[in-house]
Design a protein around this ligand. Structure first.
Ligand code: MN
Length: 342
């Protein structure tokens, strides 16, 4: 969950920067407890849960980590596989049995699944959307990642993180702060520096670059075969696509090409033409361009460096007379031509 707007600066320290309340936390658990940590499995949540499990080692009878949905992102699947993460999919009532429940990187009000538990502890960095009444809570909305908070708990407990825990926490911090380009505190950087020497950087690198499935490669092939270069813009139309994610992957990849400052990758999905635009963000406004080009036809918008439009093929039919592949391709290229004046 990312409720943060991008900011391009590192704040010195947050109002909620304070030492972790370790003894208070420990006093909520006894050695007979079986504990279930529930998470929505994104990297920050996974890292935080592993750290919490480490914190409770030898303090309780058992700790398991339950995920409320299957992991689908390929980077996260790669991490789960390479680090052999002990994640249980919470489905049957059987998997939900425990004496105490913990929530990290989320709040009970964030989804219905979480709201069914009586949590003993909640640690999170999202703004408190509804008052959280649990025995132990540590909410620090100014932190870039919950993983940074959890790294502080590990340090306070004198619990050296294993390679697995450190790698997952590091990836959590890198993902949620988008490598410190988004909301970041000095505390996040501090946690990063602390974890760095414990992590497996080969695994981390493989996890970070594992964006593609083998099936995706045919869209790259198509993009390179059908690409049109107009000045510093590259256009590629991929026809029917399984999801718009592949447009993002191709558009971001093609931005690596020297002298290309804009990439425009389009395709059709569920009766819509989807156009994905990327640039380097330097004195450019992709959102504005896309709104001007397509705003009257469907939904269109974005930021300086990234934008997207979705236009129902039905309404396009009226403008271009058909929805043939070549017609759609030409339509996008004309509307986003660097020579077009708006
Ligand atoms: Mn997070």
């Amino acid at each position: 969950m990312s409720h943060f707007e991008p900011v391009s600066q590192i704040e010195k320290t947050g109002g909620s920067a304070r030492p972790p309340q370790l003894q208070e936390l420990y006093s909520c658990f006894t050695s007979r407890d079986t504990v279930l940590i529930t998470i929505d499995p994104d990297p920050d949540a996974i890292g935080s849960a592993l750290a919490f499990k480490r914190l409770l080692r030898h303090k309780v009878a058992s700790v398991s980590i339950g995920i409320i949905r299957q992991i689908r992102r390929l980077n996260n699947l790669t991490m789960a596989r390479l680090l052999r993460l002990p994640l249980i999919l919470l489905q049957s009532p059987d998997t939900l049995r425990a004496d105490k429940f913990v929530l990290v990187d989320g709040q009970p009000s964030h989804n219905e699944f979480f709201s069914q538990f009586d949590y003993t502890a909640v640690i999170d960095h999202h703004p408190e959307s509804q008052p959280i009444e649990v025995p132990f809570r540590d909410i620090r909305p100014d932190y870039g990642a919950t993983s940074s908070i959890m790294a502080q708990y590990l340090r306070a407990a004198g619990a050296e993180p294993s390679q697995t825990v450190a790698t997952a926490l590091l990836y959590g911090i890198k993902t949620d702060t988008r490598n410190f380009e988004r909301h970041t505190l000095l505390e996040d950087i501090d946690a990063f520096r602390y974890l760095f020497e414990f992590a497996d950087h080969n695994i981390l690198r493989k996890v970070e670059i594992s964006d593609l499935s083998l099936a995706d490669t045919k869209y790259f092939q198509k993009a390179f075969t059908r690409k049109h270069v107009v000045k510093d813009r590259i256009f590629a139309h991929l026809d029917e696509i399984p999801s718009s994610d592949i447009l993002v992957e191709v558009a971001e990849f093609m931005l690596k090409i020297h002298d290309i400052n804009w990439t425009v990758v389009s395709g059709t999905h569920q009766g819509n033409l989807i156009v994905c635009v990327r640039n380097d963000g330097h004195r450019k406004d992709a959102g504005k361009l896309v709104r001007r080009a397509f705003g009257s036809l469907g939904c269109a918008g974005g930021h300086e460096s990234m934008a997207r439009a979705e236009i129902p093929l039905e309404s396009l039919h009226e403008i271009i007379g058909n929805s043939h592949s070549e017609s759609l391709e030409r339509f996008v290229r004309r509307r986003l031509s660097p020579f077009r004046k708006y």
